[in-house]
Write a protein that binds this ligand. Structure first.
Ligand SMILES: [Zn+2]
Length: 109
């Protein structure tokens, strides 16, 4: 894909800087109780877009996956809006596996 981890130093989106600069964040994010199955928001700071993508990461494997939004939240996942998912870049040495594009590409052009 067009994602190049080599030149993507800070793991933030390119258009709006995340002041925290901490991604992936430590496990144990603020446990905000949200009703399952409800519409969820992008977890990016200051973003109010509807979440459409679930990002999952695994430190040990330096691996990041993007999937269609999952129903249940997990400590190792983030919900991202489509825009932030598209602009996502991973830290150097990490691998990004976008598992939703195979399907989405057929629909969203
Ligand atoms: Zn967003």
């Amino acid at each position: 894909m067009g994602v190049g981890p080599e030149d993507a130093a800070p793991p933030t989106t390119s258009d709006d800087a995340d002041p925290s600069g901490s991604w992936p964040a430590p496990v144990g994010l603020t446990a905000v109780p949200r009703p399952l199955l409800a519409e969820r928001q992008c977890t990016r700071t200051g973003c109010a877009e509807r979440a459409e993508v679930t990002l999952t990461y695994h430190y040990g494997q330096s691996q990041v996956w993007l999937d269609d939004l999952v129903r249940e939240r997990d400590p190792h996942t983030y919900d991202l809006c489509d825009r932030h998912a598209r602009r996502l870049s991973v830290p150097h040495g990490w691998h990004l596996d976008d598992r939703r594009f195979t399907r989405a590409a057929l629909v969203a052009v």
